[in-house]
Design a protein around this ligand. Structure first.
Ligand SMILES: [Zn+2]
Ligand SMILES: [Zn+2]
Length: 152
C-alpha cells in the first residue's frame, strides 16, 4: 500500500502545504520505479511566487487579494486580475527533477528534455494541472496522475 496511487497523491498534497500561497496550495512529486526496485522520488515542487516579490503570505498574492467573486476558482492564471505570480508546483517539480541531470545519457529520440531513463517518470499532482502546466508535463515526456476533475 505504501506505493499506491492514493498514497502518492496524499504525499503530493502534504508536500503542497509548504506553499506560501494563501489562495491555493498545490504539491507535485515526480516518481519512477526502476525495474524491480522501490519507487524513487525524482523531483518535488509546490507553487511559490518570485523571490524578488513579496510572497503570497506577505500580501503579494494577486489572486489572494481578490475575493472569490472577483477571481473565481480556476479563472485565467495568466492574464487579467487573477494573474498568478507563482511558478506552479508542476513546473517546480520538473525543474527539481532536471537540475542534476548532468551526465545522464542524452537521447534525442525521446521527446521533451532528451534525457533517457530506463523507466518512465510519473508526476503525482494534488490538483488537476492547469493547461500551461499540462504543456510542461507533456514536454518533459512524463506521465501525470492527479485527482479526478475537469481539465482546465
Ligand atoms: Zn498566491
Ligand atoms: Zn499550473
Amino acid at each position: 500500500m505504501r506505493n499506491s496511487t492514493s498514497n502518492w497523491l496524499d504525499n503530493a498534497k502534504v508536500w503542497g502545504q509548504h506553499s506560501p500561497c494563501t489562495r491555493r496550495k498545490v504539491g507535485a512529486i515526480i516518481v519512477a520505479r526502476p525495474w524491480d526496485a522501490d519507487f524513487l522520488v525524482l523531483g518535488k515542487g509546490f507553487n511559490v511566487g518570485p523571490e524578488d516579490e513579496p510572497s503570497c503570505e506577505q500580501g503579494g498574492c494577486p489572486r489572494g487579494r481578490l475575493s472569490y467573486e472577483e477571481c473565481a476558482a480556476y479563472s485565467d492564471y495568466r492574464s487579467g486580475p487573477g494573474r498568478c505570480h507563482a511558478t506552479h508546483a508542476e513546473v517546480r517539480a520538473i525543474e527539481d527533477f532536471t537540475k542534476d541531470m548532468d551526465g545522464v545519457t542524452i537521447d534525442a529520440s525521446v521527446p521533451g528534455w532528451g534525457f533517457r531513463l530506463p523507466y518512465r517518470p510519473i508526476m503525482f499532482v494534488s490538483e488537476v494541472p492547469c493547461k500551461y502546466c499540462w504543456k510542461a508535463i507533456d514536454h518533459a515526456g512524463i506521465g501525470a496522475i492527479f485527482p479526478k476533475g475537469p481539465r482546465r
